[in-house]
Design a protein around this ligand. Structure first.
Ligand code: NDP
Length: 314
């Protein structure tokens, strides 16, 4: 079993910022970036990041992650390209199981983020049209030929829905945002972009009730929730943008969570287990921004360093 003073699980802005601070404090951190889970997290599926300070012309999500990664490695972070399948927080040092080895850690930072949700709609399930025109990531899949010059539908009313819809206007003939209410949750600037875009139309008070097709998606059924009127629309693709679920399943109940599944933190980034810290979207259901995730990654690293010093490990 390999012994480490600090292990960071997750490779989004929170994990890499924690790694940069810990590496610069000579903690020689080990960071699990994931393998099947997307290394880099949600930024990897974001086109233009326009609100991360320091990039007045914007930067693509994957490029920003690559910069974080380089900076973390430059100061001495070891990046392991594996998913963590299991942790044991009942023993000390904590046990962290990668796909090849088990590690012992004196302190842990959990920054595993959150993953895009799907809706259970007839026709949209696994083995039906899921990944045959139905996806939860327009930025990853939108350029596929099956979506070219077809009407495309995005479900949701938040910033993700708008961002995905605008991205899809490059490929689809027209993009419809299907939103269950009569008001968008998205920020004002994003709302204006959607409302003013000539290829975007919002279907208010509406839900998708079925997806149909042959080998790929050909149509969606939409119900107006106020009138209960059902309509059928030609469609080349359906994209979910209906929020996220925190990636905490691997913790198997060993940390206190909020009822919505996000990790509970106290006094900054401390969790219910001493020596375990949580940063980024896995503990934040309110702000969920790259910059707030990076900020909490910094705090987690500083708190972990203080804790390791207090316990006499460094
Ligand atoms: P949000 O939680 O903000 O929005 C989710 C949307 O999905 C809501 O409009 C919600 O509807 C809708 N929804 C949820 N469940 C269902 C359901 N069962 N049926 C139909 N609709 C449903 O998630 P986002 O992913 O959009 O955004 C997450 C965070 O990331 C936010 O803080 C956002 O600001 C940020 N973000 C920022 C971006 C940027 O600045 N460029 C880009 C993308 C995200 P309702 O409104 O009725 O609850």
């Amino acid at each position: 079993m390999q012994k480490k003073s600090l292990i960071i699980i997750g490779s989004g802005p929170a994990g890499y910022t924690a790694a940069i601070y810990a590496a610069r404090a000579n903690l020689s951190p080990v960071l699990f970036e994931g393998f099947y889970s997307i290394p880099g997290g949600q930024l990897m599926t974001t086109t233009d990041v326009e609100n991360y300070p320091g990039f007045p012309d914007g930067i693509s999500g994957p490029e920003l992650v690559e910069r974080f990664r380089k900076q973390a490695i430059r100061f001495g972070t070891t990046v392991i390209s594996e998913d963590v399948g299991d942790v044991d927080l009942s023993v000390y040092p904590f046990h962290v199981k990668g796909s090849k080895d088990t590690y012992e850690a004196n302190a842990l930072i959990i920054s595993t983020g959150a993953s895009a949700n799907r809706l259970d709609i007839p026709g949209a399930r696994d083995g039906e049209f899921w990944q045959k025109g139905v996806t939860a990531c327009a930025v990853c899949d939108g350029a596929a030929p099956i979506f070219r010059n077809k009407p495309l539908f995005v479900i949701g009313g938040g910033d993700s829905a708008i961002e995905e819809a605008i991205f899809l206007t490059k490929f689809g003939s027209r993009v419809y945002i299907v939103h269950r209410r009569d008001q968008l949750r998205a920020s004002k600037i994003m709302q204006e972009r959607a409302l003013n875009h000539p290829k975007v139309e919002i279907l208010w008070n509406s839900v998708v009730t079925a997806v149909e097709g042959d080998t790929i998606v050909r149509s969606v059924a939409i119900e107006n929730v106020l009138t209960n009127r059902q309509t059928k629309h030609e469609a080349g693709g359906l994209f979910f943008a209906v929020g996220h679920t925190p990636n905490t399943a691997f913790l198997k109940g060993q940390l206190e969570l909020h009822p919505n599944g996000y990790i509970k933190v106290f006094k900054g980034t401390k969790t219910s287990v001493e020596g375990v810290f949580a940063a980024g979207d896995v503990q934040d259901y309110e702000y969920r921004q790259a910059v707030t995730a990076a900020g909490s990654g910094c705090a987690a690293s500083l708190q972990a360093e203080h804790w390791l010093t207090e316990k006499g490990f460094i």
